[in-house]
Design a protein around this ligand. Structure first.
Ligand code: AMP
Ligand code: MG
Length: 345
């Protein structure tokens, strides 16, 4: 090989390297470009409901890692916060009347405790004995609609109401992050069902943020939470379901939780032929009859939105209007009334 051959080879090698670099650059550009507009989504079944998670504007690897971690986190919370999973610290606390809580169970318990102590809200974490007499003593949602229950007697309701005084919970800090909890009355029991999905969605959003995700939308069984806006900068549009079909309203939101509670989500049939749903008024000890089909709370904190939607459903239209007037600028409320009227407060 003479010098001119060497030069030709060198030019070819440089040419090939340039072409390869250009191809790699083009590939990276097209992957990035495509991924900016792609939603990576995951459907899972946890906490007795279908959950949908979608992240936008990130590459496939980041999305897959974040969605995998979110799925494990939700499964861990499903177990940890359950009043029915025999291995959970909440179940053990309910069985023994005392116990130690730590980590997520402690944090969610304490949030539920403070909302239960808030006299403005009919939220009560000690609702489990009432849930049980109304046929919601387990978490098997599947056939619950077909379940026929004996209607609880006045005495049974009175007895269960005696277990819901939040002042009958004794708390003390233990070593590390542990909390010692004791119930003063035998028979008291905690149910985090009215807050667990909101708490879980708030942790999932924290996790997405840690992965650098700036745009996401999750729906944990009626608990919709948005992170940022859509990748084109416009807000997400979230439809508020009408159980008769379709949507009765739409809200446009960024960085916001939109949580709906409705009696149609979970119910049983009494031996008297009446339908009884799963949201209990802690004053009467009966499924709330507030004239609402559903109540939706829109605010920045997903856990609070979950607590509020359950509470507003119990409070009814008048209670919700009063609450809205006392919390101007903190939340939006959407109500679907049983006379067909819908309100946006
Ligand atoms: P949600 O679907 O968020 O409205 O929550 C309903 C769930 O909250 C029920 O299935 C119960 O587990 C629980 N729950 C029912 N009534 C109450 C109440 N008054 N306060 C707190 N939690 C409740
Ligand atoms: Mg709730």
């Amino acid at each position: 090989m003479d010098r001119s051959d060497n030069n030709t080879l060198l030019i070819r090698l440089i040419g090939a390297a340039v072409c390869t670099a250009a191809l790699i650059a083009l590939f990276i550009f097209s992957v990035n470009n495509r991924s900016k507009d792609t939603a990576f989504s995951r459907n899972i079944f946890a906490m007795d409901t279908i959950m949908e998670l979608a992240v936008y504007g990130v590459d496939a690897d980041t999305a897959t890692i974040a969605l995998d971690e979110a799925e494990s986190l939700i499964n861990e919370l499903d177990h940890e916060l359950s009043a029915h999973d025999k291995e959970s610290s909440i179940y053990k606390l309910n069985e023994a009347g005392e116990g130690i809580l730590s980590g997520y169970a402690r944090e969610c318990f304490m949030l539920a405790y403070s909302y239960s102590a808030d006299e403005e809200l009919p939220f009560n974490m000690l609702i489990l004995p009432l849930m049980e007499i109304w046929g919601f003593g387990d978490d098997s949602n599947e056939f619950i609609k077909d379940r026929v229950i004996p209607v609880p007697t006045e005495d049974e309701i009175e007895a269960a109401l005696a277990y819901e005084d939040i002042d009958d919970i004794e708390l003390s800090d233990e070593e590390g992050d542990s909390l010692y909890v004791r119930f003063k009355k035998e028979g008291m029991a905690v149910d985090l069902g009215g807050i667990a999905k909101g708490y879980a969605s708030s942790l999932v959003m924290d996790l997405f943020r840690e992965h650098g995700i700036k745009s996401a939308l999750i729906n944990l069984g009626g608990n919709v939470v948005t992170l940022g806006s859509k990748t084109d900068g416009t807000p997400f549009r979230v439809g508020i379901r009408d159980p008769e079909g379709g949507y009765f309203d739409v809200v446009c939101v960024s960085d916001m939780a939109v949580v709906t509670s409705g009696g149609y989500e979970r119910y049983v049939t009494g031996e008297d032929g009446k339908v009884y749903h799963h949201i209990i008024d802690p004053l009467t000890g009966r499924p709330a009859e507030s004239g609402l089909i559903s109540a939706t709370a829109v605010c920045t904190d997903p856990t609070l939105a979950d607590v509020l939607s359950t509470s507003l459903f119990i409070m009814g239209r008048e209670g919700a209007e009063k609450y809205a007037s006392q919390h101007i600028g903190e939340l939006e409320i959407l109500l679907l009334c049983d006379d067909g009227e819908s309100l946006h407060l």
